[in-house]
Write a protein of this length. Structure first.
Ligand SMILES: *[C@@H]1O[C@H](CO)[C@@H](O)[C@H](O)[C@H]1NC(C)=O
Length: 310
C-alpha cells in the first residue's frame, strides 16, 4: 500500500497526458452468482446499479455465455458502452495453431452480434495477455488486430496485455508498423507489491515505453489501464498485499482515484463479486480466492466508500 506516497514521484516522471480526468470503467463478469449465464435483463440490472459511477464496462469473450448478443441490447437500452473481447488462446500449449480456432470462433460471433450496435461498442480487444502467456508474438497479434479492424472500420481495435509486455518491448510491433487499424492498448496491472513495483510505476513505465517507440504514431494510440483492483475480506493475500475491505477502500481512494486524477482511463476489476468462481492457482503456486474482487457484492450492495477525495 505505497501508492499514495508514490503518486507525486510518478507524476514528476510521468509521460505527457491529457489533463482531463480519466474515465472509470468496470470489468463485468458474464455469469450470475449461481454460475448461470447473464441475460439481457441481468445486464440491465447491473447497468441500473452501476450508472452512478460509470457507463462503461469491459467483457472478455465473444462466445462464452453469448456475451455480445446479450449485453449489447442492454447497453443500448441503458446508455452504456462496452469493450468486447475476442479470445485468442492456445487450447493446447504444444500446438499454437489452436490459437487460430479460438480467434475465428469469437471473431465470427462478433460479426453476428455487432451490426446495429456499433455505437454501443467502445472498442474491441483482440487477445487478453496472449504475449504474457507466449501464445502470440507482436507481429502475429498485429495481424489478428488488422483483420478485426478491417471488419469493423468505425470501431477502435487493440489488445490487452500485461503491463510488463508493453514496457519490455515484446509489444513494440503493435505501435511501430504501418497499419490501417488504430493500435489501442489495454494494460492489466498486478496488485502493488512491496518490492517497489507499484501501480503508478508500472503504468508510467509501460506508457513511457509505448510513447517512445510509437513516435509520430503516438497520437493514434489510446492507452487504458485494463484491470486494477483489490480483493476485500475473504479474498487471498498476495505476498505483502493483504486482502481486506479496509485495504480495498484505501486502494480505491489513493490508487484508483489518483490514477483517474492523473488522467488515465481505467477499468476497475471488477464490478461485482463472482461467487461462482473456483479458486485459481496464483504466480506463487498458492490457491487464490477469486470470489471477492467486486467493488460491490454479488447482490450489488456497496462494500465501502467510493467517493473520490480528489
Ligand atoms: C467518503 O470519502 C470521501 C473522500 O475521502 C470523504 O470526503 C467522505 O467524508 C467519506 N464519507 C463517509 C461517509 O465517510
Amino acid at each position: 500500500m505505497r501508492t499514495a506516497g508514490l503518486l507525486s514521484l510518478a507524476l514528476a516522471a510521468a509521460p505527457a497526458l491529457v489533463s482531463a480526468r480519466g474515465t472509470l470503467g468496470f470489468s463485468l463478469g458474464d455469469k450470475n452468482a449461481d454460475g448461470s449465464c447473464k441475460s439481457t435483463s441481468d445486464y440491465e440490472a447491473d447497468f441500473d446499479n452501476l450508472k452512478d459511477l460509470s457507463t462503461l464496462v469491459r467483457t472478455y469473450s465473444g462466445t462464452e455465455c453469448d456475451t455480445p448478443q446479450n449485453i449489447l441490447p442492454a447497453a443500448k437500452n441503458k446508455g452504456f458502452k462496452v469493450v468486447l473481447g475476442i479470445w485468442v488462446g492456445a487450447q493446447d500449449s504444444s500446438d499454437l495453431s489452436t490459437n487460430d480456432a479460438s480467434f475465428q470462433k469469437d471473431f465470427a460471433a462478433l460479426k453476428t452480434a455487432i451490426p446495429g450496435y456499433e455505437d454501443q461498442v467502445e472498442a474491441i480487444t483482440v487477445g487478453s495477455e496472449t504475449l504474457y502467456r507466449g501464445d502470440q508474438t507482436g507481429p502475429s497479434l498485429h495481424n489478428y488486430i488488422g483483420l478485426v479492424a478491417n471488419q469493423f472500420k468505425s470501431i477502435t481495435v487493440g489488445t490487452a496485455d500485461s503491463w510488463n509486455k508493453f514496457a519490455d518491448g515484446t509489444a513494440d510491433d503493435l505501435f511501430t508498423r504501418d497499419t490501417d487499424s488504430a493500435p489501442w492498448s489495454l494494460m492489466s496491472s498486478p496488485m502493488p507489491l512491496p518490492t517497489g513495483r507499484t501501480y503508478f510505476d508500472d503504468m508510467s513505465g509501460a506508457m513511457s515505453h509505448i510513447q517512445k517507440v510509437a513516435g509520430s504514431n503516438s497520437d493514434k494510440i489510446r492507452i487504458l489501464n485494463g484491470e486494477t483492483g483489490w480483493p476485500t475480506d475473504g479474498g487471498s493475500d498476495y505476498e505483502a498485499a493483504k486482502a481486506g475491505t479496509t485495504n480495498a477502500q484505501t486502494f480505491w481512494q489513493t490508487g484508483v482515484c489518483g490514477m483517474l486524477a492523473w488522467g488515465v482511463d481505467l477499468f476497475y476489476f471488477e464490478a461485482y463479486d463472482e461467487s461462482w468462481k473456483p479458486d485459481s492457482v496464483g504466480d506463487n503456486g498458492e490457491a487464490m480466492d477469486e470470489k471477492h474482487w467486486g467493488l460491490r457484492t454479488a447482490d450489488r450492495q456497496t462494500k465501502f466508500n467510493t467517493t473520490c477525495p480528489y
